[in-house]
Design a protein around this ligand. Structure first.
Ligand SMILES: NC(=O)c1ccc[n+]([C@@H]2O[C@H](COP(=O)([O-])OP(=O)(O)OC[C@H]3O[C@@H](n4cnc5c(N)ncnc54)[C@H](OP(=O)(O)O)[C@@H]3O)[C@@H](O)[C@H]2O)c1
Length: 344
């Protein structure tokens, strides 16, 4: 253990399940002793915690792609950390790793858990926090969703919702790299300007503007070949209405419904999918895990070359995690939302 390693670990443990928005009252925020390391175990100090819409899903007792976080468990969360101490030959003090480190200061991995930690590469021009976003899980989501499921062909039209967020901002830039016409949908003029003026999107539609559906029509004169769906509800329906024969809907997320108990935000009239032979496919980023290294190498290369721009919204302090999570539902983040838990 380094001389600066603390002996106490602050942790958020799930106390109650949220009904709508997440609140600090849904957690016990408490301190525990950091146990001594056993054989092949690793102690990781959390540096950045990734706040993701899926944190909200994990808190609900609904059918999902992983077991829900149980009451009393440390809140599940992806993070980037630094190895403080290791009894495991695969990790040494000072290594940077990513994994499900949890909403806490320190992650104590036993031998089995340490197998799911991924060592981060050191790539010139790619700062550490980017491995929590554009060169991390959300970048991979954009990459696999668009390239594996979207089947992009040069000259086609791609529409992406939540376009100024972590996944959406990378989807659009990957679309430009692959020769697509890219239209983003986002909340507010500032986000839309960022998409067109800095990220190279061909058009950006502010869905808070009352005539946004007309603008979407004007921005997609040849219809829509790929809908990268992040939001659901009215936005999903408006893009679906413009989808072409043999178009693809990459179903990545339905964030507008995550705080709701009814499922109205996830419904689509399917007759159109039949008549237009639309392929609608849901996916979870880990479906493509065997290609992670190849994809991260490509993403990090584009980022280092400046072909993919990235932005992070970083909130200081582990204690702010529950309130900061709601930024994802209020549109309070641009790019990837992270909590800085400790100094790199
Ligand atoms: N399938 C997978 O493996 C996978 C992996 C990662 C993420 N995802 C999904 O991808 C989507 C984006 O995730 P992210 O991590 O990149 O988050 P994000 O886009 O960085 O943040 C969420 C954004 O969604 C927008 N939003 C929230 N509620 C909305 C609503 N009711 N109507 C319209 N827009 C709304 C907000 O932007 P505005 O200001 O534009 O409203 C907000 O900033 C989510 O649906 C998430 O569940 C899926």
């Amino acid at each position: 253990m380094t001389s600066t390693t603390k002996t106490k670990n602050r942790q958020f443990r799930l106390k109650t399940r949220p009904v709508e928005r997440v609140s600090p009252d849904n957690f016990d925020f408490r301190e525990e002793d950091i146990p001594e390391l056993g054989g092949n175990e690793v102690l990781v100090r959390v540096v950045y915690l990734s706040l993701d819409p899926t944190n909200r899903i994990w808190m609900s007792d609904v059918d999902q792609y992983m077991p829900p976080v149980q009451i009393g468990e440390v809140m599940r969360g992806l993070g980037i950390g630094k190895v403080e101490k290791s009894n495991n030959p695969n990790f040494k003090e000072g290594d940077y790793v990513s994994g499900l480190l949890g909403w806490q200061d320190y992650y104590h991995a036993d031998e089995a858990e340490s197998k799911s930690l991924a060592k981060l590469p050191n790539v010139a021009g790619v700062p550490l926090q980017v491995f929590g976003g554009a060169a991390g899980m959300t970048g991979l989501t954009a990459y696999f969703g668009l390239l594996e499921l979207g089947s992009p062909k040069e000259g086609e039209t791609l529409v992406v919702s939540a376009a100024a967020g972590a996944v959406g901002s990378i989807v659009g830039q990957l679309g430009k790299i692959h020769g697509l016409r890219v239209v983003g949908i986002a909340g507010g003029e500032e986000k839309c300007n960022w998409l067109t003026k800095e990220l190279g999107f061909d058009a950006a539609i502010d869905y808070k503007n009352s005539n946004w559906k007309k603008q979407l029509e004007a921005a997609t004169p040849n219809g829509v070949d790929i809908n990268f769906e992040n939001v659901g509800g009215e936005i999903m329906e408006a893009v679906y209405d413009r989808m072409n024969l043999f178009s693809r809907m990459v179903l990545c997320g339905l964030i507008s419904g995550y705080n709701e108990t009814d499922d109205s935000k996830t419904r689509l009239p399917l007759a159109k999918a039949l008549m237009k032979r639309i392929r609608i496919q849901g996916f979870i980023v880990m479906d493509f895990a065997e290609k992670n290294v190849e994809a991260i190498t490509k993403l990090a290369g584009w980022i280092a070359q400046g072909k993919i721009k990235h932005r992070e919204t970083i909130v200081d302090g582990l204690e702010n995690a529950p309130t900061a999570l709601n930024k994802l539902f209020d549109g309070g983040n641009v790019g990837k939302l992270l909590i800085k838990v400790s100094e790199p």
